[in-house]
Design a protein around this ligand. Structure first.
Ligand code: SF4
Length: 367
């Protein structure tokens, strides 16, 4: 039974120079897009309720794009479709950019039962925000957090980026200091990786190299863990057990509905998405298509081992019809000091996490 949903809002006020996501800056299309996605959500949820009258969603995630470009009325139209299927004890996250949120918008989201917000701050350095073509100031970022609190959000997450060209350790520490001052319990932090067709990629911008990135990653881990955070996934830190439940379910090989163009969903048959372009989606000319994946069991290993929770071996054996320990005995023996076995799960030690990519390649080679 599917208990999670990801909904993609593919619109942004402006396009960031590093962006490789499905998005459009043509906000005039939003109402037309809403007509289509509302139909899609309604039909799918209706079917789910017919199949199981007790159907509830434990997690919902509105990502993008920039969900905060939706007006209050547009957000209400979309979110109210989930009102009777959202488990009130569940987690409902929405992403937002600092420059486009208002107190009224946040209060609307809270009234609609959205109870977690992820703010795309990226950096507290004004110059680097410009490099990314982000349209908020460091002050606006801090004010956005205060507004979220004022609106009643208790679960707040921040996104940061590191690994900018010429970024020094002092620069990184300044970003981490600014984050820690906000007293927030969740951080997602990513190194700047440029797709060749992103604006920065085309400009020949060169982020920090692998070695310097690794040093920064170590520093982030050190600073955050010293401040009481748990490094519970490669790019995610949480304090006071404020783990991102939606992503944790996905990393635990979970299934989820994927709504809208640019979303990925997953069911018994595998990963699916909408075909074609956003324009075709809006014109109702796209359809769901499944992604070819010859070894989905490896994806489960990859996402599971990225987390401290690890891979549920029993569930994996049942789903994929193999014996994990037998199939991968070679890797498990070769890196025995890197694995922790507890109950039905296998996870990596800190030392194992540091060579995660190497270990994953070993798993792949056994397939
Ligand atoms: S806000 Fe996100 S999706 Fe939109 S352009 Fe920037 S990086 Fe891309």
């Amino acid at each position: 039974m599917i208990e999670s949903a990801y909904l993609h809002i593919p619109f942004c006020q402006s396009i960031c120079t590093y962006c490789a996501f499905e998005r459009s800056a043509n906000l005039k299309q939003i109402d037309q897009w809403l007509d289509v996605i509302c139909d899609e959500v309604q039909n799918t949820l209706k079917q789910a309720k017919q199949n199981d009258p007790t159907f509830k969603l434990k997690t919902i995630y509105f990502g993008g794009g920039t969900p905060s470009v939706l007006s209050c009325a547009q957000l209400e139209r979309l979110a109210s479709l989930f009102a009777d299927v959202f488990d009130p004890y569940g987690e409902w996250t929405i992403e937002a950019n600092p420059e486009s949120i208002t107190l009224e918008w946040l209060q609307t989201a809270r009234r609609l039962m959205i109870n977690r917000i992820s703010i795309g701050i990226q950096t507290f350095d004004a110059k680097r925000l410009q490099t990314l073509n982000r349209h908020h100031t460091p002050l606006q970022a801090k004010q956005a957090v205060a507004l979220c609190r004022q609106a009643g959000f208790e679960s707040i997450s921040v996104d940061l980026i590191y690994g900018f060209a010429k970024q020094t350790m002092a620069d990184l520490n300044a970003d981490l200091d600014a984050f820690l001052e906000l007293d927030i319990d969740h951080l997602s932090i990513y190194s700047l990786i440029l797709e060749p067709d992103s604006a920065l990629g085309k400009r020949g911008y060169v982020p920090l190299d692998e070695y310097e990135n690794a040093l920064m990653y170590e520093q982030i881990d050190k600073r955050l863990t010293q401040s009481g955070f748990e490094h519970y996934e490669v790019s995610s830190f949480a304090r006071n057990q404020k783990y991102g439940l939606h992503n944790s379910l996905i990393w635990d090989d979970g299934q989820y509905f994927g709504f809208g163009f640019g979303a990925i969903g997953r069911d018994e048959q595998g990963l699916y998405h909408h075909s074609g372009t956003l324009k075709q989606y809006i014109q109702k000319q796209s359809h769901l298509e499944y992604e070819e994946n010859p070894n989905p069991w490896f994806d489960a290993i990859m996402t599971g081992l990225r987390t401290t929770m690890g891979l549920n071996v029993l569930k994996w054996n049942l789903r994929y019809g193999f014996d994990f320990k037998q199939r991968y005995a070679h890797v498990l023996n070769q890196y025995s000091e890197c694995f922790i076995e507890q109950n039905d799960r296998i996870s990596l030690t800190k030392q194992g996490m540091e060579i995660l990519d190497t270990i994953l390649v070993e798993f792949l080679m056994e397939d």
